[in-house]
Ligand binder design. Structure first.
Ligand SMILES: Cc1cc2nc3c(=O)[nH]c(=O)nc-3n(C[C@H](O)[C@H](O)[C@H](O)COP(=O)(O)OP(=O)(O)OC[C@H]3O[C@@H](n4cnc5c(N)ncnc54)[C@H](O)[C@@H]3O)c2cc1C
Length: 410
């Protein structure tokens, strides 16, 4: 059977669902196609895939009505951040109090964010959820796109959104070229118990081999780690016994929280920068990891993605209210310019950080030390860095602003 919708979102991860939810007060007909149904049962031990949500992401999720569902499930606020370089005097600290903020963000399991959004989307009468289902084919016509799903269903849509992650099927179908490079790192993620409590401080050390972050979870001695290191070493670390791994980790983290004990599973993700050359083509738009992926060292990937979703929704609604076709490339150009610029800035910043902190070159070490000291002492510099990290700076969509967006019907 053929179903006609206004917007078909391929990928019901955090970003795709946020986009669907952004149309909650409209009468646009939305389809979400997601290949994997997330289990709603949370384990006692948190999932190892977590995100550090910025203030702007929190605002978006609040405006979408999903924040409560996140807090009810599991989320851990962090109130300070410590960054230092191994074997050097370079160190900087940020505190929420200094910025008159209650916290600097929240560490949340990706599945918790997805489940809270899913709960919202399921209440929307304008959303049809195809889950589990995968797209099998896509064809682009003059005024609409056709999708067939692997369960035999078909859809037509004025706009197809690729929210289907780093290896986006939609992006590949459209032959959108990708600028990409390998960061030369794999990131190991795991849950770790530490002898000392984390005191709700997010910590990251830069070693000559790459950054290692300890993100505080709800339990006071439990952290989620993101350990970026050269791929062969990551493989060796993964193949170690728990006790061997824990010993190496304790040393790598400068014993900062005492003895570490890895609990549960460990996974490694190869890290690649990806930047789609086009974020829009006729009848197609990309959001989130489908459009860009960056190094997790500043924990900004999904934060960027949620801003993409909020910005695309805003652009579509503006075009729609003018009675125009929101599926044309011309009418989506504003979204593309807006978000490509923001993603490019973030990619450049991540590369700059990675290059600056790589290796043991004494001159670079000196610059890093002076840089961190200056950032800590120059009036306003620390505030500026933190406001950027909190997502309070930059060209924000309305959904990321306190007032949110108003009900919109046509
Ligand atoms: C180690 C690591 C640590 C990270 N830490 C942070 C952090 O602290 N903060 C942060 O902001 N970001 C972080 N990120 C980045 C963040 O995880 C990603 O940016 C985020 O998951 C992207 O969300 P998404 O919804 O765009 O894509 P995904 O989460 O990949 O979701 C895509 C969805 O599409 C579905 N799908 C795929 N193909 C199809 C298809 N053909 N048909 C139907 N459905 C399909 C998938 O099942 C999936 O549910 C980290 C990344 C890594 C690797």
């Amino acid at each position: 059977m053929m179903q006609s919708v206004d917007i078909a979102i391929v990928g019901g991860g955090m970003v795709g669902l946020a986009l669907a939810s952004a149309f909650k007060d409209t009468d646009l007909r939305i389809a979400v196609i997601e290949s994997r149904e997330p289990s709603s049962e949370l384990d006692v031990l948190p999932d190892v895939r977590v995100s550090a949500l910025s203030r702007s992401s929190e605002t978006i999720l609040r405006n979408l009505g999903a924040w409560q569902g996140i807090m009810q499930r599991r989320a851990a606020p962090y109130v300070a951040m410590e960054v230092w370089e191994q074997d050097s005097f370079a160190r900087i600290e940020f505190e929420a109090q200094q910025l008159a903020q209650p916290d600097l963000g929240h560490i949340v399991e990706n599945r918790v964010i997805q489940l809270a959004l899913l709960e919202q989307v399921k209440q929307q009468s304008n959303v049809s959820l195809f889950m589990p289902a995968k797209c099998a084919s896509m064809a682009i016509g003059e005024s609409e796109a056709w999708l067939t799903l692997d369960n035999g269903q078909s859809l037509t849509a004025k706009l197809v959104v690729g929210a289907d992650g780093a290896n986006s099927w939609v992006r590949k179908q459209q032959d959108i070229p990708l600028t990409h490079w390998d960061y030369g790192h794999s990131a190991i993620v795991a849950n770790v118990r530490t002898a000392e409590p984390h005191n709700r401080v997010a910590r990251q050390t830069f070693t000559a081999q790459g950054p290692l972050a300890f993100l505080p979870l709800g339990e006071e001695n439990l952290s989620s780690i993101v350990w970026s290191t050269e791929p062969n070493r990551a493989e060796r670390l993964l193949s170690m016994s728990d006790s061997e791994f824990s010993k190496v980790l304790t040393a790598e983290f400068d014993n900062r929280l005492g003895l570490c004990e890895v609990v549960g599973e460990r996974f490694a993700f190869p890290l690649k920068m990806r930047y789609a050359r086009d974020f829009v083509t006729e009848r197609v738009a990309l959001v989130g990891d489908a459009a860009h992926t960056i190094h997790p060292l500043a924990g900004q990937g999904v934060n960027l993605g949620l801003l993409d979703a909020a910005s695309l929704a805003q652009q579509v609604l503006e075009v729609w209210q003018q009675g125009e076709d929101f599926g044309t490339k011309r009418n989506l150009r504003g979204y593309e310019r807006w978000r490509k610029a923001e993603a490019a800035k973030m990619i450049a910043a991540m590369q700059g950080f990675k290059d600056l902190f790589e290796g043991n070159n004494p001159a670079k070490k000196l610059i890093r030390g002076i840089g961190m000291k200056l950032a800590g002492q120059l009036p306003g510099a620390k505030d500026e860095i933190m406001k950027r990290a909190l997502g309070l700076k930059g060209d924000l969509p309305k959904l990321a602003q306190r007032s949110g967006i108003k009900s919109q019907t046509h």
